[in-house]
Design a protein around this ligand. Structure first.
Ligand SMILES: NC(=O)c1ccc[n+]([C@@H]2O[C@H](COP(=O)([O-])OP(=O)(O)OC[C@H]3O[C@@H](n4cnc5c(N)ncnc54)[C@H](OP(=O)(O)O)[C@@H]3O)[C@@H](O)[C@H]2O)c1
Length: 252
């Protein structure tokens, strides 16, 4: 594959740094920037054929609007944001370049792309999409192509409902006053697995807070969560095991 130059805004940390290492291992030239590190945005955009934005969700569109105007038609502007509709809209509006929205469905702790899911949302252009697909597929990633809107709807469940549930679990546990050390000798394997997930989520409050609050589809998921919790609570308060079982049997 022909080598290209990549500039990653937000490549000093997290998933941006992971992709910087990945592109370097593939033999591509990589420049990274952070808030206080690396080239300034216009210089980076002039120097690189591919610009990737991988900054916190809340500042993504602002960063895209800064870099977009400096990209040429034959360049690629891509983002790694956990939401897709707003960043892809911003990339299309602020540039004339090719555009791809990409969401890696894994974190920087994975050792390789082998077996990992990645969502691609093609935005504009025909030259870069096959190159990006070939590179990711050759490294074992499983790709799914969809629209940014459909991605966000599905993520409202995969991430929104999932993390909402984990955060609720953590908050309730905290209010019971029971500490991890009190529970340690009493835990089941499933509870231990849930505690590990909780620790991961509570270690990154800024990331998970943005994933939940900036996806417009998560509000509806919260309403459904509350409605279903209220029904469960009614059955539990009444001591109605049959009613609770009936709730569960609706799903199978
Ligand atoms: N972590 C994951 O598991 C994961 C997975 C998939 C997608 N994502 C997405 O990837 C993006 C980054 O998440 P992350 O977890 O990698 O975040 P992170 O670990 O906090 O890293 C953020 C990066 O952005 C830079 N940055 C922060 N504010 C900036 C600004 N205003 N202007 C320019 N650069 C800025 C930081 O650089 P300095 O600190 O050097 O300033 C750092 O390199 C998010 O959109 C997230 O939704 C994350």
């Amino acid at each position: 594959m022909k080598k290209f130059s990549v500039g990653i805004i937000g490549g000093t940390g997290g998933i941006g740094r992971w992709f910087a290492d990945f592109f370097r291992q593939e033999g591509h030239a990589v420049q990274v920037t952070g808030r206080t590190t690396g080239m300034d945005i216009p210089d980076l955009a002039m120097a690189c054929q591919v610009i990737i934005v991988s900054v916190p969700i809340g500042v993504t569109s602002e960063v895209i609007r800064k870099v977009g105007p400096f990209l040429k038609e034959e360049a690629l502007l891509m983002d790694l944001t956990s939401l897709k509709a707003e960043p892809v809209r911003a990339m299309l509006a602020s540039s004339v370049s090719e555009v791809i929205g990409l969401h890696p469905l894994f974190g920087p702790e994975v050792p390789s792309l082998e077996g990992q899911n990645i969502v691609l949302c093609p935005g504009r252009g025909k030259m870069w999409l096959p190159r990006v697909r070939a590179l990711l597929e050759r490294n074992g990633a499983r790709l799914v192509v969809t629209t940014p809107e459909r991605h966000d709807e599905i993520m409202a469940v995969v991430q929104g409902l999932n993390h909402l549930n984990t955060i609720a679990l953590g908050l309730v546990l905290h209010e019971t006053g029971m500490k991890a050390e009190d529970l340690e000798k009493f835990t089941t394997p499933i509870f231990r697995a849930k505690m590990e997930i909780m620790e991961r989520v509570f270690a990154r409050p800024e990331l998970y807070a943005e994933i939940l609050t900036l996806n417009p589809h998560v509000g509806r998921i919260c309403d459904l969560y509350e409605k279903n919790l209220a029904e469960l609570r009614r059955n539990i308060r009444k001591g109605d095991a049959g009613g609770l079982r009936a709730c569960m049997e609706r799903c199978v």
